[in-house]
Design a protein around this ligand. Structure first.
Ligand code: ZN
Length: 131
């Protein structure tokens, strides 16, 4: 099911959100141990087509982040917000860091993945919450 009123659906991203929302987020692992996010048909690191779905680790860690005080129109009501890149096992995800004052965001912060709504558009987005 898409929550976009236009019916448009970003295949890979929405599928990933569906899985994450159900607590079944996963990544793709190749025989070399590289992790990547769906959709992929080959490993982006080594080109191996033998990809297996692995459960995404529940615990992640903020690697880097930026604080947006002035947002694009699509996120106007969310500002100020923190966009973070967090590492979960072998993969990195980009999402909004929530539940943390933007001034207190820091690299190394332990987080967990959540699927939440944009305050501006109501569309689903990946969020990170402190754990
Ligand atoms: Zn690989």
């Amino acid at each position: 099911m898409s929550d976009d009123p236009t019916g448009a659906r970003d295949a890979g991203y929405d599928d990933f959100l569906d899985a994450a929302e159900a607590g079944e987020a996963y990544y793709l692992s190749c025989p070399e141990g590289h992790g990547s996010l769906p959709p992929r048909t080959v490993c982006p690191d080594c080109g191996d087509p033998d990809l297996a779905e692995e459960p995404l680790p529940a615990a992640g860690e903020v690697e880097t982040f930026t604080v947006a005080h002035v947002a694009t129109p699509a996120f106007a009501d969310d500002a100020p917000y923190v966009t973070a890149i967090a590492r979960f096992g072998p993969v990195r995800l980009t999402g909004q860091l929530r539940g943390v004052d933007p001034d207190e965001a820091e690299a190394g912060l332990p987080v967990e993945l959540a699927v939440e709504a944009s305050e501006t558009t109501g569309r689903r987005l990946l969020a990170f919450r402190p754990r």
